[in-house]
Design a protein around this ligand. Sequence first.
Ligand SMILES: Nc1ncnc2c1ncn2[C@@H]1O[C@H](COP(=O)(O)OP(=O)(O)OP(=O)(O)O)[C@@H](O)[C@H]1O
Length: 489
Amino acid sequence: MIKVENLSAGYQQKEVIHQVSFEVGKGEIFGILGPNGSGKSTILKILSGQFPSFSGSVSIKGKPLDDYKIKELAQTVAVLSQHYDISFSYTVKETVKLGRYAYQKGLFPTWTIEDELAVQKAIDMTGLTNLENEKIDLLSGGERQRVFLARALAQEPDILLLDEPTNHLDISHQMRLFDSLYKWVQEKQLTVVAVFHDLNMAGLYCNRLLLLDKGSVKSINEPQNVLEEESLSSVYQTKIIKKQHPVVPTPLITLTPAMEWNEASVFPMLKTVQTEEAIIVEAEKPLKTLSSAVLNSGFNWSKYFINRHVDKHYNCDDPEQDMKMYLEKIGYNSAYTVGMMTAAKLNDASMKRVQTEQFSLFVIVTAGMSNAVDVSKAYLRTDLVRTPGTINTWIFIDGKLSDAAFVQAMMTATEAKVKAVAENQILDPETNTIASGTSTDSLLIAATQTGSFIEYAGTITQIGKAIGQMVFEATFEAIKRYKERNGSI
Ligand SMILES: Nc1ncnc2c1ncn2[C@@H]1O[C@H](COP(=O)(O)OP(=O)(O)OP(=O)(O)O)[C@@H](O)[C@H]1O
């Protein structure tokens, strides 16, 4: 649809675009990224025919851009800029109708049924039906930007060029604008070339991205390839960290402030309070957590850790909400709290500490074994309702863990737990075989993210050995106490 070859361009003899080449296919959303002054808008101005190049070529639908007549180009390419001056008080519909200019013929243009249908369709798709008779100078910035999008779409172009179209919009209007556009692209095979400052919006909506560095192509590829930590950090001259979006398969780009983070070792940072109702650990500063807790599971930053004792008959439709209400009652900020529940007696908890030159480790385990399960035979169970019993394991680490180390720490801890259950000769009451845990076990890894970098936490790494030993000993001890209390020893 668009072919750009060896394009160079600039202002007053100063070249700002150097030998740029790319192609955009029909129905593609193509994003252009780059820091301020890298030449994004200049490329868009060239594509829309508003600005000449020094050398190279641009062709649209196989025809050189220079061969297009003004009206023909207006029927093919529409432009949506960041903002428009509004000097007349047009209504929404009147403004959208201006998009049909390229289709008007002769001195006394007529309004055809095609024109009307194109305008109505653009108004519908951009969600402006209720506003079509409003004056546009009375609309909010976001609504107005949708009107200009509708005007561009009413033009029924093959190609839409967008120069930071969501610049002044709040997040909901940004999403709505791109959602409407996305629908249009799907339905009409529209081709979109858009300039973005927001790398995440670009990642969410574009099929491919072009990253510009001082007027030259740094990379052209799919978002997962272009939104790379190293090239973005070098082009934008700032520390950029790439994660993955939690819901859709696109990258998520995050920034890190230059300030130094906390430095303390894990022990002085933690205050532990134990009552019959809850074990609470308070950290001075948020710790990075990975857990299967009732509240704030997955990765999180948390300052408070609560293992709440509930009655063995506890039954609640929404334990997460119930946990939030409980935290509010006892005065903890639920956004910063990892919350677990157990019917086990908290007095039976086992706590272990270890300190090495590289890291310090603090482990707490509570264990109730009334619902022990042999994972390898669980498929044989009929799963009768039982009293809740669970093993909750918390591991606090003073160290800077990679994501892989978080996951490996969970694996290492789980293996140690299974071994402790087995060595205690705990039986799955249904299959009568040695159990591996209970059906509702929960695990937390919490790290200060300061001090030594810990890349791996598998079973024979330094940290893995410590986790294995501490979790085994703590789980063994907690189960032993449970057995003593229940008279099985
Ligand atoms: N009218 C002009 N006259 C002279 N130089 C210009 C003109 N417009 C842009 N430039 C220069 O061309 C270079 C590229 O500008 P351009 O606007 O294309 O960058 P951009 O990537 O869109 O920047 P931004 O992110 O700030 O919008 C910059 O160095 C800019 O100063």
